[in-house]
Ligand binder design. Structure first.
Ligand SMILES: CC(C)(COP(=O)(O)OP(=O)(O)OC[C@H]1O[C@@H](n2cnc3c(N)ncnc32)[C@H](O)[C@@H]1OP(=O)(O)O)[C@@H](O)C(=O)NCCC(=O)NCCS
Length: 224
């Protein structure tokens, strides 16, 4: 998800009227617990949990560096901007269209990155995921473990059958991470992402539920 669904210029300006699902959660979220509150996804070293307002400072520090932001939509440019992003993410989760987890490591509760999932069609059959991790943790296995937790959530809890990802063609690490994770490259989305005033090509990657089921045994052995 090079293109973050949250855009400060659009969402911060939106009227603060809660959608129906937010005002009446008891009626609308009976069978979808994750909409009421995200579960804590526990791996060996990595935990994914719901973002909190207090994560804004560490996420700002981790995700606004040049190397992290190079190929993705511009992250919020201030700590307050991240606080607004976190509040927006909680509203979207309650509305049932988006989930964003903070990544933390064993022995600490500091958010070092995020994994996002957004609905591409009603009912979440097809969804898009995206991720960004602070560069001190690149190449350490954090992505791989977090991705396994997130895929398990998407397929087992949310009910996704097709999980898409987009990565700028020039994003070597993003594409390398998806390839290593077992995603299948489906093609190039030409000039599909506006970055720094230039339309650039993106690679589209997918994982299908049946492919994930086959890999699941191996993954669950690694996670527990
Ligand atoms: C994408 C991201 C989460 C991946 O995490 P990571 O820890 O860097 O990923 P990993 O190291 O596990 O995997 C990356 C793989 O790509 C490989 N790679 C690195 N640069 C590469 C390049 N230029 N071309 C091809 N492969 C490359 C790495 O060698 C590694 O494979 P290996 O473990 O077999 O050596 C992290 O890089 C990140 O947050 N990037 C900034 C945000 C971003 O671009 N998000 C992606 C949006 S789709």
């Amino acid at each position: 998800m090079e293109k973050m669904p949250y855009r400060s210029e659009v969402h911060d300006a939106a009227p603060r009227v809660a959608p129906r699902a937010m005002r009446e959660p008891a009626e609308t979220t009976v069978s979808t617990d994750w909409r009421i509150g995200l579960p804590v996804l526990q791996g060996k070293r990595v935990t994914l949990r719901e973002m909190r307002t207090s994560d804004a400072t560490s996420l700002f520090a981790m995700l606004t560096t040049e190397e992290v932001a190079r190929f993705i939509s511009p992250p919020p440019s201030t700590v307050e901007g991240f606080e607004r992003f976190i509040a927006w993410a909680l509203r979207q989760r309650l509305a049932g269209s988006y989930a964003c987890f903070a990544v933390t490591l064993e022995g600490t509760d500091t958010a070092i990155g995020i994994f996002q999932l957004r609905e591409l069609e009603p009912g979440f059959g097809t969804a898009e995921w995206g991720f960004a991790i602070g560069s001190p943790y690149w190449g350490t296995g954090v992505f791989q473990e977090g991705a396994e937790l997130m895929a398990t959530f998407a397929f087992d809890v949310v009910g996704v059958h097709r999980l898409e990802a987009r990565a700028a063609v020039r994003n070597g690490r993003g594409n390398g991470a998806l390839l290593k994770f077992g995603a299948v490259q489906e093609g190039v989305l030409r000039k599909s992402f506006l970055k720094n005033g230039e339309y650039i090509d993106q690679m589209r990657w997918t994982i299908l539920k049946e492919e994930w089921r086959q890999a699941k045994v191996v993954w669950s052995e690694r996670l527990h």
